[in-house]
Design a protein around this ligand. Structure first.
Ligand SMILES: *[C@@H]1O[C@H](CO)[C@@H](O)[C@H](O)[C@H]1NC(C)=O
Ligand SMILES: *[C@@H]1O[C@H](CO)[C@@H](O)[C@H](O)[C@H]1NC(C)=O
Ligand SMILES: *[C@@H]1O[C@H](CO)[C@@H](O)[C@H](O)[C@H]1NC(C)=O
Ligand SMILES: *[C@@H]1O[C@H](CO)[C@@H](O)[C@H](O)[C@H]1NC(C)=O
Ligand SMILES: *[C@@H]1O[C@H](CO)[C@@H](O)[C@H](O)[C@H]1NC(C)=O
Ligand SMILES: *[C@@H]1O[C@H](CO)[C@@H](O)[C@H](O)[C@H]1NC(C)=O
Ligand SMILES: *[C@@H]1O[C@H](CO)[C@@H](O)[C@H](O)[C@H]1NC(C)=O
Ligand SMILES: *[C@@H]1O[C@H](CO)[C@@H](O)[C@H](O)[C@H]1NC(C)=O
Ligand SMILES: *[C@@H]1O[C@H](CO)[C@@H](O)[C@H](O)[C@H]1NC(C)=O
Ligand SMILES: *[C@@H]1O[C@H](CO)[C@@H](O)[C@H](O)[C@H]1NC(C)=O
Ligand SMILES: *[C@@H]1O[C@H](CO)[C@@H](O)[C@H](O)[C@H]1NC(C)=O
Length: 861
């Protein structure tokens, strides 16, 4: 019998047997080779080395596949076991898929798993291997084609032996705590040249992407998401002929550019979010004909979005938010009919209306915050029947909320804050059944909102801050109200007693009731809402003692009220506190000594303008995290506590208008980040002395030492070394926004750090000083000050005026430029909004306060 015929006969015979088997539903030992004894044993041992634990797999469809494995009875053939695949002819185990099988326990080097040397496919994803390292015995599995160990709690270095698995076609090691450094990515890629799928999500690589990766001509799916990649991404990878999916998201130090794309690209998914990619989107992006998903959120792209992007009609997901794109949003976007997700938020687009959106009828999510959009919210948007998320905040939208919005029951998020919308809020919005987020902050809405009418059961975030609204409600409403997590009713004309409709709101985490007219005491029930994290009650008429919020509180702001009495000891239990603002109340007495406890979590401690007295507790903890301290305008006395030296993250220190009796705290000079130091109006005394080290007060931008009893002169050395100011002036022109008047003090000319000066658009008068840097400033620095005269301006000064003596360069150490008695404030404002050198004689105190306050506010953001 020719062998082919014999083969056929055998095959037909076994098919027949299979048929009988299926009909009779019992196993036949002759059907196909039984699994090999030693492999069956190895599998069983592997099963026994692990526990079954439901919580080891998070996939809802997970179940313990190994539970049905038996060594006796009808199903003793391991080839029939769940998750086991055998070779039909040899009977060897060639596949093991125990993904999401609730396995819990360690895998070590003598695990019987590594006896399964015929394995071609191994999938252990979605289990919990208890932070095991991947044993180097993985090298035994030389025939492996597919290896999937994702989401299974492996840790440590990926063993070097993995490069011996040279047949590998697909590797997924993502979502573990693994490192790939020995071998590195380069070594891996050099060895595994057949790779089609490489997914290393979350693997710590911390290296460059090797150029040779662009040689993996079979590669179709590459995920190097969140791998700590550095350097420049090899452009050649984009050109790989079979590449369909590329994710290099969340590698903030990975630089790169998009290449000119050739036609014929297979790319369907391109995810660049959170990388350092920059440059422009090339016109040739239109060649990515298969592209369905493009996410370049939070990169550094700029320029105009090419209109050819509108040719990619398969796109269903497009996120270009948080870049620096400029120009118009291309009108060709109306062709992207498959789009379901579109976000272009936070770019530098030139202004435009929203009507083009109406063509994109499959949209489910629109994110167009901060896109310079104006006009009305078009009524044709009502054609987008799938729309569930509409985010349009921080634009210039005007008009009213269109009435169809309240009929569109799919809405889950309506974010329309920071626009110029006006009119009444349609009540139907409050009945949208699926609404979770409603943000109408900072518009011009008017009318009265009755909390009792809120019927959106799923609403968790409700923000009406800063409109012309009045929110009312009573305690009966509290039962029917949805349970909020985020509630913003600042500036909503809440008046009278504390709003009782908040009774029972025990899911509240972020609450802003600031800038209302709430009177009386803060009730105990409110402070007992256990989930509070951020509580702002500033700007009301609250009185009585300072209540202490739950321990979970991170932000507590009750400034500008009428609170009285002392700070209770219990505040020290708020060990998560990051911001504490109690300014502008009538709080008094000594501070509790234990307040130092919170200095190991807090960043901001603002006690300004109360009546606190006694010493500032000398209890700042050794792990002090404070970045801003404002104790100004109180009755504090004694010394600046020496434990403050623990707070070396300090950026702002303001203790003005107290009775602090100390010498100049030169020991603050070592703080590497101190930018604002205000010691004005205290009882500080003595000679300031020269700095002991060269690096003292390196970062200072605002200094105010006026109104003390310092003697002598401010050492020039300090100014010389306040190089931070210098740097800032170099970067951006120095200009003064709040207008100045009077003459430019001659002494200013002596400040050597003045590299750039701009005092234009003020009402300064008199002659411009000469000497030092002043000779280098050109006329634009002094523009639009009608009273100024002298060089470099063409306007001559009057009689005698232009004979101001030129200041000689560096008159030696005797030439201290600024004597006390002068109110000296040197300011440099990092954001570029306000920078300058302001001398007391021309300074308006309120502007100065505004400056410090704004510095503070901007800094907090
Ligand atoms: C199940 O696994 C969890 C961790 O995922 C662990 O905390 C728990 O102790 C385990 N239970 C048993 C019975 O092993
Ligand atoms: C998990 O790992 C911990 C720490 O190494 C060890 O104490 C524990 O016994 C392990 N549990 C199992 C089930 O392997
Ligand atoms: C290897 O297995 C034996 C018994 O099976 C066990 O006693 C030993 O601890 C294991 N070795 C390691 C390194 O886990
Ligand atoms: C690995 O397995 C997980 C869980 O089953 C799955 O989500 C993932 O897509 C698999 N990876 C590959 C490359 O197939
Ligand atoms: C990688 O590809 C480039 C360009 O095709 C080629 O010059 C180079 O020799 C290849 N490197 C290896 C190691 O194959
Ligand atoms: C792409 O779109 C532009 C218009 O934006 C059109 O002129 C061009 O022909 C299109 N190119 C391709 C290749 O479809
Ligand atoms: C858009 O609005 C949402 C909701 O307020 C917010 O979470 C997101 O940060 C905003 N994005 C931009 C770019 O403003
Ligand atoms: C879109 O809505 C407008 C009314 O707002 C309607 O006149 C128009 O026919 C609609 N277009 C489509 C394509 O449904
Ligand atoms: C909203 O729905 C109501 C009731 O179904 C209907 O009378 C009204 O015309 C709808 N309004 C809009 C703008 O679609
Ligand atoms: C701080 O919390 C502890 C534990 O909850 C409590 O026993 C103690 O009374 C609290 N201290 C103050 C001053 O409230
Ligand atoms: C500080 O100033 C002195 C001169 O007074 C100078 O020699 C020194 O280099 C400066 N140090 C720094 C860090 O700028």
């Amino acid at each position: 019998m020719p062998s082919s015929v014999r083969f056929l006969t055998v095959r037909m015979f076994s098919l027949l047997l299979l048929f009988i088997h299926l009909r009779a539903c019992h196993s036949s030992p002759f059907m196909h080779p039984l699994c090999h004894e030693e492999e069956s044993h190895a599998l069983m041992q592997f099963k026994q080395s692990l526990a079954i634990n439901e919580s080891a797999s998070s996939d809802p469809s997970a179940y313990p596949k190994v539970a049905s494995w038996k060594v006796d009875g009808e199903s003793r053939d391991c080839c029939s076991w769940d998750g086991v695949e055998c070779d039909r002819d040899s009977g060897h185990v060639i596949g093991l898929d125990l993904s999401s099988s609730c396995l819990f326990g360690s895998i070590d080097s003598n695990s019987s798993l590594f006896h399964l040397v015929h394995l071609r496919r191994l999938n252990l994803a979605g289990n919990n291997f208890n932070n095991s390292e991947i044993p180097s015995e993985i090298r035994n599995l030389r025939r492996l084609l597919d290896l999937n160990l994702s989401r299974s709690s492996f840790s440590g270095q990926i063993p070097a032996e993995i490069v011996e698995l040279s047949k590998l076609v697909s590797i997924d090691l993502g979502f573990n705590s693994l490192k790939l450094q020995k071998p590195g990515l380069q070594h891996l890629v050099e060895a595994l040249t057949n790779l089609e799928v490489l997914r290393l999500t979350g693997v710590d690589i911390s290296a460059k992407v090797p150029q040779i990766m662009a040689n993996l001509s079979s590669l179709s799916s590459l995920s190097l998401r969140d791998c700590g990649l550095q350097g420049e991404f090899p452009m050649g990878i984009f050109q790989l002929p079979n590449l369909r999916s590329l994710s290099i998201r969340f590698n903030p130090y990975l630089m790169g550019y998009l290449p000119e794309f050739q036609s014929g690209s297979q790319l369907e998914t391109l995810l660049l979010e959170g990388t350092n990619f920059s440059g422009q989107l090339p016109e040739s992006i239109t060649n990515l004909k298969s592209l369905k998903e493009f996410n370049a959120k939070k990169c550094y792209f700029s320029g105009v979005i090419p209109s050819s992007l509108g040719n990619l009609t398969k796109l269903n997901y497009l996120d270009l938010s948080y870049n620096s794109f400029s120009g118009k949003i291309p009108s060709t976007f109306v062709n992207l009919l498959q789009l379901t997700y579109l976000s272009l938020s936070s770019n530098n687009f030139s202004s435009g209306t929203l009507h083009w959106l109406c063509y994109l009828t499959n949209l489910n999510t629109i994110g167009l915050n901060q896109t310079n959009s104006y006009g009305e919210i078009p009524s044709c948007l009502g054609n987008l029947t799938q729309l569930a998320v509409l985010k349009l905040n921080q634009n210039k939208l005007a008009g009213q909320i269109p009435s169809w919005i309240g009929n569109h029951t799919l809405f889950t998020s309506l974010v329309l804050g920071f626009n110029r919308l006006h009119g009444l809020i349609p009540e139907s919005i409050f009945r949208l059944p699926n609404l979770e987020v409603l943000d109408l902050r900072d518009n011009l809405f008017r009318g009265t909102v009755n909390a009792g009418l809120l019927r959106s059961r799923s609403l968790v975030s409700f923000q009406l801050n800063d409109n012309n609204l009045s929110v009312i409600g009573n305690s009966n409403d509290s039962v029917a109200l949805p349970k909020f997590r985020i509630l913003g009713l600042a500036g909503c004309n809440l008046s009278g007693e504390f709003p009782s409709f908040l009774h029972g709101q025990n899911h509240l985490e972020y609450v802003d009731l600031g800038q209302n007219k709430i009177e009386g005491h803060i009730p105990k029930w409110f402070m007992n809402l256990g989930n509070l994290r951020s509580l702002r009650l500033s700007g009301n008429k609250l009185e009585g003692a300072l209540p202490i919020p739950p321990r979970s509180t991170i932000i507590y702001q009750v400034s500008d009220n009428r609170l009285t009495g002392e700070i209770p000891q219990a505040i020290c239990n708020l060990t998560s506190l990051v911001i504490l603002e109690l300014s502008n109340n009538n709080l008094n007495s000594k501070l509790p000594q234990c307040l130092g406890n919170i200095s190991s979590s807090a960043s901001v401690l603002d006690l300004r303008n109360n009546s606190f007295s006694g010493d500032i507790p000398d209890a700042f903890s050794s792990d002090c995290t404070l970045r801003a301290i404002d104790f100004s305008q109180n009755q504090f006395e004694g010394k600046i506590p020496r434990s403050l030296a623990n707070c070396n993250k300090l950026e702002i220190l303001n203790i003005e208008e107290n009775k602090i009796n100390d010498v100049f705290p030169s020991w603050l000079g070592i703080f590497p980040k101190l930018r604002v130091l205000i010691l004005r109006s205290n009882r500080l005394h003595g000679v300031i002395g020269k700095p002991r080290a060269n690096f003292e007060f390196q970062r200072l931008q605002i200094v105010d030492l006026s109104g003390n009893c310092f003697r002598g002169k401010l050492p020039l050395e300090y100014f010389r070394n306040w190089t931070a100011m210098k740097t800032i002036y170099k970067e951006r022109p120095l200009y003064m926004q709040n207008k100045l008047s009077g003459e430019i003090p001659v002494q200013l000319a002596q400040l050597n750090f003045l590299e750039v000066l701009n005092v234009s658009h003020n009402v300064l008068s008199g002659p411009i000083p000469r000497g030092n840097q002043f000779d280098t400033f050109d006329r634009t620095s002094f523009d639009a000050n009608p009273g100024l005269c002298g060089k470099p301006l063409s306007r001559k000064c009057g009689n005698g005026e232009d004979s101001l003596p030129a200041v000689k360069r560096d008159e030696g150490s005797a030439a201290y430029p600024l004597e006390f008695g002068w109110k000296v404030v040197v300011t440099g404002y990092a954001s570029g909004l306000v920078m300058g050198v302001i001398l007391g004689c021309v300074m308006d105190t309120r502007k100065y306060e505004w400056l410090v306050k704004n510095y503070f506010a901007r800094w907090q953001r």
